[in-house]
Design a protein around this ligand. Structure first.
Ligand code: ZN
Length: 140
């Protein structure tokens, strides 16, 4: 929970990043999925880059306003001892782990969950740079 609500940007800019109770519930679901992912990746350590982002923090990092991060429903991470973000994303794609969106981003992997009670899309995308369009599938 601590890892998923810590924000380097919030700390640096003095912005509040305290999750609401709804967000805390969502982060609990993300933590459960992240545990499954860690096990699937051979229990190698997961390094979380970003979990919950309050609206102001999300704005500061240039995130999309509707980002799953704002609901505490997403996690950006790497797992260097398992492999590159591409290898990690491919491995998750081959698992039966339930996610809404799996995105191979430029330097990390984003896993997003659907809102409680909403069917997850299991959508896989690649985004090669901040301004690049999303491409479908996990691409090298
Ligand atoms: Zn993300």
């Amino acid at each position: 929970m601590e890892e998923l609500s810590f924000s380097e940007t919030a700390a640096r800019l003095g912005l509040d990043n305290t999750p609401s109770s709804t967000v805390i519930t969502n982060l609990g679901r993300v933590a459960t999925v992240m545990e499954k992912i860690r096990t699937w990746l051979g229990s190698e350590p997961i390094v979380v880059h970003s979990g919950y982002r309050s609206p102001r923090v999300n704005e500061a990092v240039g995130g999309v306003a509707t980002s799953a991060h704002c609901y505490g429903l997403a996690c950006d991470f790497v797992c260097p001892d398992f492999g590159t973000p591409y290898e990690v994303a491919l491995a998750i794609l081959k698992s039966d782990i339930e996610y809404d969106q799996l995105i191979l981003e430029y330097g990390w992997v984003h896993v997003g969950l659907a809102q409680e009670g909403v069917l997850c899309r299991r959508e896989a995308l690649t985004k090669r740079s901040p301004r690049a369009a999303y491409e479908s599938g996990i691409r090298a």
